[in-house]
Each structure stands twice: as C-alpha cells, then as structure tokens.
Design a protein around this ligand. Structure first.
Ligand code: URA
Ligand code: SF4
Length: 218
C-alpha cells in the first residue's frame, strides 16, 4: 500500500493492526472492531460495520465502505447498493445468505449535504489503515472465490494497477484465494445518468456474477 502523505501522518492515527485481537475469529473481531481507532473515520460513524455471512462461506464479496443505511443498521449492503447487489446475485443464481459480504473500510465516511449524509470515498491512507481487518477476514473465512466490487476494493486487494473497467469478470492472480476476480460496484449502477445506462451496467454486474456462479459450480 502507498505510504501516507505528511498531512495524513500528522493526523497521528496508527492503523487498525494495534486494535486487532490476538484471537482472530469472526466473532471476536466483530466485537473488537467497534473499538478500533486506527484512523479518524470512527469519530463520525455510528458504529463499525464488519463483514457478515457464513464463517465457512465459499464466496466472499468485498465492497468499499458502508453507506448511510449500513452505518445505522450495523450490517453491510442493506441500503440502495445492497438492493442492486441482492437482485444481481439472485439473477446470477447465487444465494446472498451463502456469501460472506464485507467492505475494505469498516466505518462510514460521509459529509453533510443539507440534512443528509453523503457518502465519501475513503482515501488511500484510510484504506491502508483499515485493510488489516479485511486481510484477517479473508484468512479466517478462507473463501474459494473472492470478488472485489469496484476500484477501491480491487486496488486494495490486487494492487493500484488493477483496472476494473478493463479487467472485470476476469480471473486475477491472488495468492491467498484459489480464484479472485473483480466486478463493478453495485452503486455504479445507481450512479448512471439514464435508465438505459443503468440497465447496461446492471447487466455487466450480473454477467460477472454468473461467471462467479460457474466457478463455484465447478
Ligand atoms: N457500499 C459499499 O461499498 N458497501 C456497503 O456495505 C454499502 C454500500
Ligand atoms: Fe479502524 Fe477501519 Fe474504522 Fe479506521 S475505518 S477506525 S481503521 S475500523
């Protein structure tokens, strides 16, 4: 991961590692993450949102950062992007309950916009501060298939050269999981300006997830 800038270092946050428990089961980590002060994002969030799903899931899906609804409920992908993801998974023949869903960054990052809290993209220092939690989730769940959704997750896992727009749906060499790949982030579907674009983007997501389903089917 890139080194923090001088300004980022000046914030004096140590990263997640020192807040992580010795015993890294999902249950122990889910509790410990609530006490993480590894970067400043915990200050403005309601709670940390840890991954969720079967501890032995064969499939792990990784997003960017919890959104407003996720922050309030404490669960990943329960807001608008989650609805898109649910539908795409169902259409690809993957049961959401069989997958382990998580994010690269565990605390909601936002800025006020009137009365609403607008999602902000985590910067590279926040990503590298938080990624030890994700690394530990991958080690513990040990999925057969890992899917990074969107550029933040894909670059955190596969390196800064990864281009989701070019490489989505293709296998990526990754030493910790037998099969790794990327796809677009489900919220990218929602950000498209026209209905036609949204349908096309959604179809790309479904197509990539169908490939994942085929890999899981062997
Ligand atoms: N977007 C994400 O990246 N993750 C969530 O959990 C929700 C929205
Ligand atoms: Fe810790 Fe990650 Fe939350 Fe930052 S975003 S405080 S590193 S859990």
């Amino acid at each position: 991961m890139p080194r923090p800038t001088a300004e980022e270092l000046a914030t004096d946050y140590p990263g997640a590692e020192r807040f992580m428990p010795a015993r890294r089961t999902l249950a122990v980590m889910r509790e410990a993450v609530q006490g993480c002060r590894g970067c400043p994002l915990y200050r403005d969030a309601t709670q940390a949102v840890f991954g969720e799903g079967p501890p032995q899931a064969r499939l792990m899906l990784v997003g960017e950062v919890p959104g407003d609804e996720e922050d309030l409920q404490g669960r990943p992908f329960v807001g608008p992007a989650g609805k898109v993801l649910d539908q795409a998974l169902a259409e690809a023949g993957i049961a959401r309950e069989d997958a382990y869903l998580t994010n690269v960054v565990k605390h909601f990052k936002w800025e006020p916009s009137g009365k609403r809290r607008l999602h902000k993209k985590p910067n590279r220092w926040e990503v590298s501060a938080c990624v030890p939690w994700l690394d530990a989730e991958i080690a513990r769940v040990a999925p057969e298939v890992l899917v990074a959704m969107g550029a933040t997750a894909a670059q955190a896992l596969f390196g800064p050269e990864h281009r989701v727009s070019v490489q989505h749906g293709e296998p990526v060499p990754f030493d910790r999981v037998p099969y790794a790949t990327s796809t677009l982030h489900p919220s990218a579907v929602l950000r498209r300006p026209t209905e036609e674009d949204r349908v096309a983007e959604y179809q790309r997501l479904v197509e990539d997830l169908r490939k994942v389903a085929a890999v899981l089917a062997g």
